[in-house]
Design a protein around this ligand. Structure first.
Ligand code: BMA
Length: 326
């Protein structure tokens, strides 16, 4: 099997997980795949909560929880969930991603609908009242917004999943689109084909929203490696390892990859996210990235589709990993 180990430049936080079901003051079972950003002077997290009966390994529904922090490590969860978009057509929203643009907080999310999976974008000024700006055509998800307009336009990464067009394989890729108003999207470009990720043999897609550095946009992506043996999971037959990759995108034409890590930045650790008694072991899914003034980068990720964790690295080390791709 390909070497799926983490880069030595990244450290898992000693207090991981930074958020788990026990921290939530309402019915919570799997708390993971959160969006995290800094908004109005505090760190804010919107997390996915799949709830049900953990002992029976049954899930009943999903909502999105809201938490705040002053240090990015200890989080206080609000009394009830936030944002809901449920209708007869839309079953649930999940995998939120947060980006602050011009002092407003935007949230990308996926929705399962009766007619496919769609990527949504909403905007809020308080994390309680949201205005939905757009919902893509199916199937699309893992959308993330860049934290600034580029050439005067909102910009996003996304992962459509063309089953027929990609030969009925899960060979899904990372794409770019932009928009004058966050409602109408176009100017679509391929960013990263899954075949360009040396350690993956399946799909890749956006992770956390990008951060600006002096060399370009630094961003994580998720990459999937299918393996032959069953992995530790609530349900048998789970054979996908989710890792986190890293790439650097051109500042002005962000569909151009300047460099990419040759190996995973974060891969499930055997004693940690891999064999954890969780929903799907061997899954790491990044959803939040904060660049501090001193160069520390905080990366928040869902682990084993069960808890939310934090890892840190120095921005210079991350930029160093991003080598030109073939
Ligand atoms: C994907 C999504 C993610 C999840 C991942 C691993 O299809 O559902 O939310 O983390 O699978 O289970």
């Amino acid at each position: 099997m390909t070497d799926l180990s983490s880069s030595p430049v990244i450290d898992r936080h000693p207090e991981n997980p930074v958020l788990a079901a026990d921290d939530v003051p309402y019915h919570a079972t799997l708390v993971f795949n959160a969006g995290v950003t800094r908004f109005q002077g505090r760190d804010v997290m919107v997390f996915r909560n799949d709830y049900g009966d953990a002992e029976r390994k049954e899930l009943h529904d999903t909502n999105l929880g809201l938490a705040w922090s002053d240090d990015g490590v200890r989080w206080t969860v609000e009394a009830g969930p936030t944002f809901s978009i449920r209708t007869n057509e839309v079953r649930r929203a999940y995998d939120p991603r947060l980006t602050v643009i011009d002092d407003r907080c935007y949230m990308c999310f996926a929705v399962d609908t009766r007619h496919g999976i769609r990527g949504g974008i909403a905007v809020t000024d308080d994390l309680h009242e949201f205005e939905v700006l757009s919902l893509s055509a199916p199937d699309n998800r893992n959308m993330v917004l860049f934290p600034e307009k580029i050439g005067g336009r909102f910009a996003r990464l996304e992962r459509p999943f063309p089953v027929y067009g990609r030969g009925a394989k899960e060979a899904f890729d990372t794409w770019f689109s932009d928009s004058p108003d966050c409602r109408y999207w176009g100017n679509t470009h391929l960013v990263l084909g899954s075949e360009q990720v040396p350690w993956a043999n399946s799909k890749c897609g956006p992770g956390a929203p990008p951060v600006r550095t002096e060399k370009g946009w630094l961003t994580t992506f998720h990459a999937v490696t299918k393996v032959e043996d069953d992995l530790c999971s609530w349900h048998s037959g789970w054979r996908k390892v989710y890792t986190t990759g890293l790439m650097l995108l051109d500042a002005d034409e962000p569909w151009k990859v300047i460099g990419m890590s040759r190996r995973p930045l974060l891969a499930p650790d055997p004693a940690y996210e891999y064999e954890v008694e969780g929903y799907r072991g061997s899954v790491i899914f990044p959803g939040g990235m904060i660049l501090e003034g001193d160069g520390e980068v905080k990366i928040y990720y869902g682990a084993a589709d069960t808890v939310e964790c934090l890892a840190t690295a120095h921005v210079d080390d991350l930029l160093e990993l991003c080598r030109p791709i073939e």
